[in-house]
Each structure stands twice: as structure tokens, then as C-alpha cells.
Design a protein around this ligand. Sequence first.
Ligand SMILES: CC(C)(COP(=O)(O)OP(=O)(O)OC[C@H]1O[C@@H](n2cnc3c(N)ncnc32)[C@H](O)[C@@H]1OP(=O)(O)O)[C@@H](O)C(=O)NCCC(=O)NCCS
Length: 501
Amino acid sequence: MDDLFRVLPLLSHKVSPRPPPSPNYPSSSSLASTTTTTMFRTAVKQSRVTRSAFSSAHFSSTASKNSALKERLSQLIPAEIESVKAIRAEHGKKSFGPVLVDQLYGGMRGLPALIWDGSVLDPEEGIRFRGKTIPECQAELPKAPGGSEPLPEALFWLLVTGEVPTAEQVKELSKDWAARAAIPSFVEELIDRCPPTLHPMSQFSLAVTALNHDSAFAKAYANGISKKEYWGPVFEDCMDLIAKLPTIAGRIYQNVYGQGKLPAIDPSKDYAHNLSTLLGFGDNHAFVELMRLYIVIHSDHEGGNVSAHTGKLVGSALSDPFLSFAAALNGLAGPLHGLANQEVLVWLTKMQQKIGKDASDEAVKQYVWDTLKSGQVVPGYGHAVLRKTDPRYTAQREFALKHLPDDPMFKLVGQIYNIVPGVLLEAGKAKNPWPNVDAHSGVLLTYYGLNQMQFYTVLFGISRAFGVAAQLIWDRALGAPLERPKSYSSAAIKKIFADKN
Ligand SMILES: CC(C)(COP(=O)(O)OP(=O)(O)OC[C@H]1O[C@@H](n2cnc3c(N)ncnc32)[C@H](O)[C@@H]1OP(=O)(O)O)[C@@H](O)C(=O)NCCC(=O)NCCS
């Protein structure tokens, strides 16, 4: 609760008004065929419970159901249910502050409206995952042998349990996710049939939606599962979701940009390593390290941002985690949210085309002004909550200083950092003139050769699944109800205040 109260001052803020997809790709199990697909469909009809008639590579939930993480959760849930009951008994009727009409018109900025346990965002300090800052996560979470960035598996464990896992627990998660990584052959076919001109985020969302076909929760619900048991199959779906995202992303990447065959997942490697391999960068140690850091810092940003809130909202209708997260992805695909990382690179590239690669500060400043005067936003700058430089930006800058200090694009990002905030302040509109996470990520990816800007938000999407999944599990464990806030018409607002006068 302390963390929640730290965001309350916000209430006083004034709210202003290629080539076609190859039909020759082998399935991820090398077994995909019409026969397998038919078998798959028949078996789903035959049994909703037994999946063993099929190659495990074609099904979700192939890993052990008694994972250490699930076991730990089942220990934590009863106490948390009691804790929430106690909070509601003691504070349930207390006011959380006034609601201003401006907040209704102003995108609900600062309006306390949601419970989100994985992370809390302080406007000045930035994100804390279960109370830990990014540098604290970097210091405390287990790493891969020879690595210096925290493992995303460890971050997920932290988001879900609030505890730092052991190296052994992290290893088990890596193995579990690798075992669940394959996607049904009909989803492979679905991706392969997308035209390469369809934005990778649309392909990603389509494929995630289709995973709902095998949802353990949807099946359990149809079979009449008790409310108290919801979290179990939701946990399984969330584990499947996270595990399968790299396979989907890798396939989209290969279809749209690559020519080669999709490499196999290595069960002895960690999640970020396997993702890097699927994208063709598995041999590049620094890239793998970048992916570990990238996933950790993009995973969660409390609950009110568009993707997180959408995932929670849709989940509250008891839509399964695949449907909920696909909806979240569609929000992430917007240019004011996750697509901003693509927009930054597009903007930087256009800038270089217009004013050259070694442009003076004056020329850059003029370009920033031209952007604003043409009614566009400067992508990668500003934030709805943050009022300081985003620590996720700082973490990426530190990574760049270590791995690519002399890269010209990195230097351009630094040059822009010295110019944009001054211009935004002078323009006088943006409440936060400082850079956010998206101002830096694309430059790092480009440096290692992942220069397909339209793909960047897919990587953000993989990361964001960690935070959304953690909350979906808790929402179902704690019996979170259907979300249904009250809306008003402008006419109603006029009338309410006219009646009061
Ligand atoms: C993130 C963002 C959507 C937050 O929006 P917000 O909470 O409404 O921000 P503010 O309250 O500071 O906005 C006040 C005004 O400043 C403008 N503004 C904010 N950031 C701006 C930016 N980077 N460039 C230009 N104008 C900006 C807003 O568009 C708004 O203008 P309006 O009054 O004409 O509608 C906004 O800062 C933005 O568009 N940034 C660029 C896109 C981006 O990087 N998104 C990723 C966020 S992690």
C-alpha cells in the first residue's frame, strides 16, 4: 500500500484538456503435416483431457504440472487471499481522493482504479518490480553462467511470487518453457499464410489469439471448474503463452525477413538465448545478454498502461490468457505505446536522410521543432506517469556504454537527449520532456543487425507477457471481479453540476 500512496500526488496534477511466406518451412517439431493436423483435430474432439495421443511438440501444457513455481504459488495464495480480505475490511470504505472531471476527459491520468501487484511506477524514480529497482534486479536476480544481465525467468518468478528465486528454480523454469515452446501446426500454417506485408504485430496478435484453441482454462471452464480453482489452469495457460511467444515471433521474423529454416529450441538454454537463436542471433553473446536485459526492463510497468490494463480488463471477463494477451498486444501496437520503439527508429532515419549523419546540434534542434510544428509527437519522449528520465532508458544507455560506446547511432541518441528536452520544455506542452524506454531500444537492436524496425514491438510484446501473465494468475487466484467502471455522457456531467448549483 505504501507504494500506492506514493502515486497519490498525481491526483493534484492538472489534467489537460517480401517474399511470400515459404510453404516449405518444416514445423517446429519437423513433423507438421496435414496428417498431423487432422490427427490433432480428431483428438481434440475425442478427448478434452488426454493429449498424449499426439506428439508433445504439437501441444501446450506438455511440461510438468507440478512445477516449483506452481507449488510455491499454491503456498502463497491462501495467505494473500486473507491479506486482501483484511485490507478490504480495514480500508474498504476509505476514500482514495477526489475524482476530477478533467480526469474523465483526460485519459484517467492519476486516477486510482486498479490493483496490480507485480510492479509500481513512481513518477520520479521509475519502475520497481515487487519493490526492486532495475539496478537491484540486475544485482540480485540469478544470471546465466558467464552472463551479467538478469534472466527473464528470474524476473517472472519475482513478479509472480515477490521472491528472488534460486538458480535451480530458474533453471527449472527455462526447461519448462523450452518444453512448452512448440505451437500447434495450424498456428504455424496461420502465420505462414499471412502476407509479409501484414505488420508483424498483427501476425503476432492473430497467432496468440489462435492459441486459445488449446486453452486449459477455457476447457476447464466449459467443464464447470469451481471459481476457487481458476488460477491453476490460468497458470498453465500463462506458462504456455510465455513459452510459445518466441516460437511465434521467430516464425514471423523468418517469414517476413529471413530465408532460412527456423532453428530448434535448445532445452538446455535459457529463454532469451532460445529467442535469440530463433531470430538468428543465438551465437552472439552480447545480443543474448541484450535480450535478457530487454525482456526484464520491458516486462511490466504497473497496471494502468494500455497493454497491461487491456490484458487485465479482458481477463476479467474470464477470457483465457491467450485472448486476454492478444488484446493487450493490439494495444501495444499503437504508436503512443509500444509501437513508439519502431517510430523512434523511423524518425531517426528520416532525420539522418534530411540533415545528414553528422548533423550539428542546431540542425537537430531545427528538425525537432519541425516535427512539433507539423503536429507530430517526438517519439520516445514524454510519459503519462514518469516525470524524469526513464530508468529503462538509463539501463539501456549503460548497456550501450559497455558494448557499443562508439556506435554512431548511439551517439545520435545521446545528442538528441541533450536537445529534445529543452525543445519540449520551450514548446511548453509536454508534462515530461525526458526520454522513455522506446528512445533507446531500437538503436541497440539495430547495432546487432536486427534492423527491421517493424519487428521491434514484437519483442516488446514478448516481454510484456511476463507482467500481464503474472497479474492474470493473481487476479484469478484472488477472485478479481469483472471490470465495469462507470461512464458518463458530457450531458450528464453538465446536468450533475447544474443540479448542484
Ligand atoms: C507518452 C505520451 C503518449 C504521454 O501522453 P500524455 O500523458 O498525454 O502526455 P502529456 O500530458 O505530457 O501531454 C500534454 C501535451 O503534450 C504533448 N506531448 C507529450 N509528449 C510529447 C512528445 N514527445 N512530443 C510532442 N508532444 C508531446 C501531448 O501530445 C499533449 O498535447 P495536446 O495537449 O495537444 O494533446 C506522450 O508523451 C507521447 O505522445 N510521447 C511520444 C510517444 C511515445 O514515446 N510513446 C511511448 C511512451 S512509453
